[in-house]
Design a protein around this ligand. Sequence first.
Ligand code: DI6
Ligand code: FE
Length: 408
Amino acid sequence: MWVNANLATMVADEGNSNAYGEIEDAALAVRGDRIAWIGSSADALALAQTQDVGVTDCGGAWLLPGLIDCHTHLVYGGSRVEEFEKRLCGVSYEEIARAGGGIQSTVNATRGATPEALLESATRRAHGLMAEGVTTLEIKSGYGLEVGTERRLLEVARELGRRLPVSVRTTYLGLHALPKEAAADRAGFVGQVSGPWLEALAGAGLIDAVDAFCENIAFSLAETEQFLRAAQRLGLPAHVHAGQLSDMGAAELAARFGALSADHLEYLSAPGATALAAAGTVAVLLPGAYYMLRQTTPPPVPLMRQAGVAMALATDCNPGTSPCTSLLLALNMGCTLFGLTPHEALAGVTRHAAQALGLQADIGTLAIGKRADFALYRIDRPAELCYNLGANPCTGVIYGGVARRFKN
Ligand code: DI6
Ligand code: FE
């Protein structure tokens, strides 16, 4: 029993009078790995008199659902600090990518890395996220671009979920970039990704979903569709990197396949937004990449609001465009750069992030029956999680009902 807390349940309130689902002076009881009861602290203490329960005083902290980072490329080799320097000397992201730098340089470093080294660096990044209250993490492959290395990345991601108190969802980002050895045979590469490689990785139980980078510097609509169709035949849900640098209609394609999410969306038309809303596809906004690339066209948040698109926020943690291991920083940037309200931003790392992973029945809000993943913060009100710039007020993390870190 966790008493003397202020709850932000993040349960949707259409009337918006209590946008965070706030319950002050509240308590929450856990049985096994589930939330069993939510009520007032006074009722909880009375209940505790009659039953044999362990009581923990939260000291007036705010208690939120464990945060969910629903878009990361956490497992990779090497670093791209040199490219960062180049970009600041005036070379654009597209120019670097076309000259064989960018993603390809991380692919080389990743292919050369041992599983132990990949696990070690990914663990450090995961610890950064977890320190802020993240209890669920999506991890994409995509820096192998051949089946052996892609498998290694997915295995490392699964291993991370076994070793750390964090739930990991894996995504096979089969179409991320065309590797240099396939430069003369795009169709052959897309065929392998969509055929034998997908089947082998899915058969090994390594994939929860697939993803493709649909963009003029990456893969076309037709190529993306070929991959999504193959995934659909295997019953795998999809995410799509859509509208990061241009609007090619990737959002509409994602919606047509009933994708869990379409991600980035700096470039999105009104019909695209309508299609996402109708399909229940979540828009995952990634302000870290927008900021690092110094982009100037933010995603059309008012359009998405009007269309009724659910919006999530994530770090996009990757070495090239978002070396970010702070979901709290993404909250702040979602508000300051994209104009999200603090409530929208927080829903974006809880309820809507859960939906972006297809896990809304299990996590993302504080409600009876949901997994007992939650985080405690020393703050005065929920919006403070968006307001702070670089502070970490997280004082406790409870994962599956077990306190992994707690100080009251
Ligand atoms: N969009 C991105 O921002 C990252 N991948 C993607 O599809 C960039 C990945 C990289 O530059 O290493
Ligand atoms: Fe990404």
